[in-house]
Design a protein around this ligand. Structure first.
Ligand code: ZN
Length: 138
């Protein structure tokens, strides 16, 4: 029931194409996927940096959570995500320890089941917990 590693670091960007140039052409990272997640109001590009992923988040509008984040704080690191094996028991444990969760039950994310911990419980860092989806042929 412990954290196994950093799953991804998510960075809010105002222009995804400009940011992709930096991460792909300059840093040489490999693009894994790009998708629009309408419910969350973002376009997400996922890049591979070794075993850790980098997620670039471009808001679909100013009134989306990432849009508001950029308006208030500018571009920059939006959240970090830790990998766990069992998100249900990890979520229960966090709740028992008094952490405030943004979503009380794990939700479907791009890469796995996810829960966000409210920054007021984590010294102002938005932290996501991920239980990656199992590969079908494992
Ligand atoms: Zn994330």
């Amino acid at each position: 029931m412990s954290i196994n590693g950093v799953n991804h670091i998510a960075i809010a960007v105002s222009n995804l194409n400009d940011a992709l140039k930096l991460y792909i052409e300059t840093f040489g990272l490999k693009l894994k996927s790009i998708m629009e997640i309408k419910e969350q109001g973002v376009k997400v590009a996922i890049l591979e940096a070794g075993s850790t992923l980098i997620e670039l988040l471009e808001p679909l509008g100013e009134q989306t959570p990432v849009g508001k984040f950029i308006k208030e704080r500018g571009e920059g690191i939006h959240h970090i995500a830790f990998t766990v094996n069992d998100i249900k028991s990890f979520t229960t444990m966090m709740r028992e320890k008094g952490l405030k969760l943004i979503n009380n039950e794990p939700q479907h994310g791009a890469e796995g089941f996810i829960v966000f911990i409210h920054p007021s419980s984590t010294r102002k860092v938005l932290i996501e917990i991920v239980e990656p989806y199992k590969e079908k042929n494992q």
